[in-house]
Design a binder for this molecule. Structure first.
Ligand code: SF4
Ligand code: SF4
Length: 76
């Protein structure tokens, strides 16, 4: 079995702070929301990061529910 990879297309996930669907739906808490070192008041400076990809169970809920089709999970 391959390794699970979680990929986020940041050109599609533009304001994650206002969305948060994927982090709210991910039961194993493989994803988190963090900010870049710019301005944390600016929603564009926040990013979804697969902080614990090894916890991902490849349930597919995040990619199914993402309104921007910005997140994909696959086996490498
Ligand atoms: S596929 Fe499931 S477990 Fe993996 S990151 Fe998405 S919601 Fe979380
Ligand atoms: S569900 Fe999609 S658009 Fe919303 S925060 Fe997650 S990756 Fe970004």
């Amino acid at each position: 079995m391959g390794k699970i990879k979680i990929k986020i297309d940041y050109s599609k996930c533009i304001t994650p702070e206002n969305c948060r669907i994927c982090i709210n739906i991910c039961q194993p808490v493989a994803l988190t929301l963090t900010f870049t070192d710019k301005d944390y008041h600016d929603p564009k400076d926040w990013k979804i990061v697969p902080i614990f990809p090894s916890l991902c169970i490849n349930c597919g809920l995040c990619s199914d529910q993402c309104p921007e089709k910005a997140i994909s999970v696959f086996l490498e």
